[in-house]
Design a protein around this ligand. Structure first.
Ligand code: FES
Length: 286
């Protein structure tokens, strides 16, 4: 997907012209939405984050025009708005696809297979980090920990969770997204496009039937500690690789030795590598 130098945030040594304004009809609509958002806050500048989501919902990313709009309606400088928009990674600075596919490659997900998933998707889609497929459907990117480590490795599509992924399940996921086949997150509301997600994040109601009720909550794996604290018997193991277990099936208690996902299988480690046997671990000072 081709982007201009200003969209990439790359300066060419020339002073940038003021950002163009929105067409009148778009500006009128955005101003009405912005008034509604600003009215929620005692101090108008507190509305900057949802306003950035609002302009992102219009164009799919935060453009210079969007930042200029935010500055004008909030009485801020464009420098102040730019500082915020470029700080938070939820605001995209480049045109992107309908589905933002984020692979968690933070420590736990990485060692549980996140790195392998990211490599698989890069090769399968033919795009690198932050790049979009030619059909404009999928933008692939690394993401940081999304506080779902008990379901590692995690993939997020437009910020909805797809738990316990494998390279094969992640490949199926992006194929389904590109083909327009229905895809359901492991938890939470059904998927919508990135622009629609941005409007919800701006604070406007999700009016899709059943979406709010499907909001999701902590999954069984996250609640094991709570159950133990209450003296209850926790579910032994809860793993739902995408496509392996129907969504409406109750949690499965596997028998000992039963492997539900790839990361339960014995892993090659230095201890199992005869050419690099692990020696005894020495404590500091020994
Ligand atoms: S490390 Fe991936 S969700 Fe925490």
């Amino acid at each position: 997907m081709t982007t201009s130098s200003s969209e990439r945030g790359v300066g060419l040594g020339m002073p940038e012209l003021p950002a163009p304004d929105y067409p009148d009809d778009v500006r009128t609509k955005l101003e009405a939405d912005a008034r509604e958002i600003i009215a929620r806050y005692p101090d108008s500048r507190s509305a900057l984050l949802p306003l950035l989501h609002l302009v992102q919902s219009e164009e799919g990313h935060v453009t210079r025009t969007g930042m200029r709009f935010c500055a004008e309606v909030l009485g801020l400088t464009t420098a102040e708005v730019t500082a915020v928009a470029t700080f938070y990674t939820m605001y995209r600075r480049r045109p992107s696809g309908d589905y933002q596919v984020g692979v968690c490659t933070n420590t736990l997900c990485a060692v549980m297979g996140g790195d392998a998933i990211f490599e698989e998707l890069q090769e399968h889609l033919g795009v690198g980090n932050g790049e979009t497929t030619d059909d404009g459907k999928v933008t692939l990117e690394h993401i940081e920990c999304n506080a779902a480590c008990d379901y590692a490795p995690v993939v997020m599509v437009n910020w909805e969770f797809f738990d316990n992924q494998t390279p094969a399940s992640a490949r199926r996921l992006v194929d389904d997204l590109r083909a327009g086949r229905p895809v359901s997150p492991t938890r939470g509301a059904p998927l919508c496009t990135f622009k629609e997600t941005a409007r919800i994040l701006a604070g406007f109601p999700d009016e899709r039937e059943g979406a709010v009720e499907a909001g999701g909550s902590a999954g069984p794996a996250s609640l094991v500690g709570l159950k133990l604290a209450k003296g209850e018997t926790p579910t032994a193991r809860v793993v739902h690789p995408r496509g392996a277990v129907p969504q409406d099936e109750p949690p499965h208690d596997p028998s000992p030795g039963e492997h539900l996902s790839s990361h339960d299988a014995p892993q090659d480690t230095s201890a199992s590598d005869p050419s690099h046997p692990a020696g005894p671990t020495a404590e500091e000072g020994e």
